[in-house]
Design a protein around this ligand. Structure first.
Ligand SMILES: C[S@@+](CC[C@H](N)C(=O)[O-])C[C@H]1O[C@@H](n2cnc3c(N)ncnc32)[C@H](O)[C@@H]1O
Length: 330
């Protein structure tokens, strides 16, 4: 069972964090996943301070249509969404990040409620900054930031008495393979009571070039974001990765409807990560997998909803039909 402690950062709101620092588990996880035959670093480790900043830069890149498309939808559905809200709702957000999109949901909620409880759940310290910024701009907001992983955050909010609107935006579910996505969605489903709602942003299958450009931009920001994982391991786990010996690789795997991001070794090399006492040998062109980003079709979304036990209340799209925002009830 995950334990929490409260850190009072500002008298107006508090943060919750797992008692075990992220770093213990990061070391253990990296040791296991990098030592495997198919080498892997989990994408949740992208988001140290630099990684979160780089992700913000990615969001405004011309190639990264995901943020613009989802913002376009959120910007236009306020009235329709509010028709699904039968009473006062607490807003819970998984992977809230900079919380820019949250503002569009808060406009809807604060417009119809005297006060709004907001529970952002994020593994990154970016949560502190974004919560402070929201607190400054929305006076009738009560924020309880949950600094931790999605699963532990969901355990925490399960006992809330208020009706819940749970948001999971940015197509972050796409980072999960089918089995893990179903498991996480079932956990979300289990936290919901009648009249609770779940708003999920998912990227859709589309032209391969559009997809690949979004993950391999002209300015090289996504490449820096990907390579920053190695810098993080160097800084926090005592690794000796030489960033110049790796290159960013992103491609669409049409068999599995997913973008794959890798770090490819430019030559034969040996890496040592001192704090976890891990030594690995990489061959020329061998890759470390850093992210899957699954793309969905509407029949797939319907099939998943069925499997988990969700009812689809509404699906919204942007004008290009690149992205979808789905409202579920349990
Ligand atoms: C792709 S960003 C999306 C941010 C924002 N929701 C958006 O749509 O722009 C993913 C966010 O989820 C957080 N995150 C990633 N994996 C997580 C996990 N397993 N548990 C909690 N937060 C996670 C990251 O720190 C980051 O802020």
């Amino acid at each position: 069972m995950q334990k929490y402690f409260k850190v009072i950062v500002n008298p107006k709101f508090c943060y919750l964090a797992p008692r075990n620092g992220l770093h213990t588990s990061m070391g253990e996880e990296v040791s296991r996943s990098l030592g495997r035959k198919v080498r892997f670093i989990h994408p949740k480790f992208f988001y140290d301070e630099e990684g979160s900043k780089l992700f913000e830069e990615i969001c405004s890149l011309p190639e990264y249509y995901l943020t613009r498309s989802e913002m376009e939808i959120l910007d236009s559905i306020g009235l329709e969404l509010s028709q699904f809200l039968v009473q006062d709702y607490a807003l819970i957000e998984l992977g809230s990040g900079s919380a820019k999109k949250t503002r569009l949901l808060l406009e809807v909620l604060t417009g119809r409620q005297e006060s709004v409880e907001y529970y952002p759940i994020d593994i990154s310290d970016v949560l502190k900054e974004s919560s402070a910024s929201l607190q400054r701009d929305y006076k009738n907001l009560k924020i309880t930031g949950i600094l931790g992983q999605y699963e532990s955050g969901l355990d925490f909010i399960k006992s809330l008495e208020q009706k819940k609107l749970i948001a999971f935006l940015g197509s972050s579910l796409g980072n999960f393979d089918y089995k893990s996505a179903i498991k996480l969605l079932k956990k979300i489903h289990d936290t919901m009571n009648p009249k609770d709602l779940f708003l999920l942003g998912l990227d859709l299958v589309k032209d391969k070039r559009i997809l690949e450009n979004a993950y391999d931009d002209f300015q090289g920001v996504t490449s820096r974001f990907n390579l920053n994982l190695l810098t993080r391991i160097n800084n926090e786990l005592g690794g000796n990765f030489d960033l110049k010996s790796f290159e960013h690789l992103a491609f669409y795997n049409s068999k599995h409807n997913r973008i794959e991001m890798h770090l490819r070794s430019k030559g034969e090399q040996e890496i040592f990560i001192s704090k976890i006492n891990l030594s690995i040998k990489l061959k020329k062109s061998e890759t470390i997998l850093t992210e899957y980003s699954y793309k969905y079709t509407i029949p797939q979304i319907e099939q998943i909803a069925n499997k988990v036990g969700f009812k689809i209340e509404k699906i919204w799209y942007d004008k290009n039909k690149f992205f979808s925002l789905i409202l579920f009830s349990a």
